[in-house]
Ligand binder design. Structure first.
Ligand code: FAD
Ligand code: A2P
Length: 275
């Protein structure tokens, strides 16, 4: 085939720039299975705290290898933060876990998701219920002043197998309380309830058990969950989400969506094997 390119074409650049490229500014490894990183934010990207985007790297075949990721930073932040699992043989995270500041990732700037404040009817108290990396959307919502404008109390329940897996959330809450801007707003309103299930820690047990037994209410001095006042957002594995849904429905809460705000909303933290 003859080359039809006009002779005025610029020569191919030796520097390969990814489509929708953003530059990594910071990487922190929390455990062998968990890390977080920050990237530059496209100027045009507007999102609601709690939403997710598609991010990734170029695969070996030269095509983008993309996965859904909750934006862990709040909508006012100049950069974007992500909190990630490391799946040893995972197509994306086996590579992504090695990224370094200065390198690039692909970010498709089309945020979507159900874990947004607009998907809930007004209420008095909001429950953020997460396991593992499911805390990511709440890392965004906990840092958003709008959350505290809309709710008198914000209860963050995060459950992991071990204490080390809670550390990202623990440091985030501590930093929030010390923050000169939002610290005062959060004071007395943000109730943090981390628990472990397979290692000794001050509070133990699954979120479902601590809700149904009323232990979390007793520990935090809260009244029973009531559909008139309480709202919830859920983010974990499919099994976790289904079990929490049943618990919330038992308290009389109904599932909502962007188009139909109700008392609780759910999003998968990941798509499990065979699901
Ligand atoms: P994949 O082939 O995608 O996954 C391989 C297997 O690893 C899965 O079948 C599952 O068993 C397990 N797995 C995948 N992700 C997780 C996880 N997060 N926690 C525990 N086990 C997992 N992942 C994040 O790390 N952070 C996020 O903020 C995040 N947000 C998401 C939001 C949505 C709406 C959805 C649907 C998924 C989200 N994920 C998130 C999962 C993410 O899209 C990828 O699955 C993950 O990055 C692993 O990619 P991979 O290509 O390495 O492996
Ligand atoms: P457990 O240790 O009792 O299984 P994982 O690491 O498997 O993704 O789980 C993260 C956390 O979520 C663990 O503490 C685990 O508790 C808890 N968990 C897993 N499945 C459920 C569920 N269906 N309901 C409530 N908690 C769950």
């Amino acid at each position: 085939m003859t080359d039809q390119s006009p002779v005025t074409d610029a020569p191919t650049s030796p520097v390969k720039t990814l489509p929708d490229a953003q530059t990594v500014t910071e990487v922190r490894h929390w455990t062998e299975r968990l890390f977080s990183f920050r990237v530059t934010r496209p100027q045009s990207l507007r999102f609601r705290s709690g939403e997710f985007v598609m991010i990734g790297l170029l695969g070996d075949n030269g095509k983008p290898l993309l996965r859904a990721y909750s934006i862990a930073s709040p909508s006012w932040d100049e950069e974007l933060e992500f909190y990630s699992i490391k799946v040893p043989d995972g197509p994306l995270t086996s590579k992504l876990q090695h990224i370094q500041p200065g390198e690039q990732i692909i970010l498709r700037p089309k945020p979507v998701g159900t874990l947004v404040l607009d998907a809930l009817l007004p209420g008095k108290r909001i429950w953020f219920l997460a396991t593992g990396t499911g805390i990511a959307p709440f890392a965004s919502l906990m840092r958003d002043p709008e959350t505290y404008e809309k709710y008198e109390q914000v209860v963050m329940m995060h459950t992991c197998r071990t204490v080390a897996e809670l550390e990202y959330g623990r440091q985030l809450v501590a930093a929030l309380r010390d923050d000169p801007l939002i610290g005062e707003m959060v004071e007395g309103k943000l109730l943090y309830y981390p628990t472990t299930t397979r290692e000794e820690s001050p509070h133990m047990g699954r979120i479902t058990d601590n809700l149904t037994s009323g232990k979390v209410l007793a520990d935090l001095g809260l009244p029973p969950i009531d559909p008139a006042t309480d709202r919830a957002m859920v983010c974990g594995s499919l099994a976790f989400n289904l079990d929490v849904k049943a618990v919330l429905e038992g308290f009389g809460l109904r599932e909502g969506a962007n188009s139909d705000p109700q008392e609780y909303v759910v999003e998968k933290a990941f798509v499990g094997d065979g699901i």
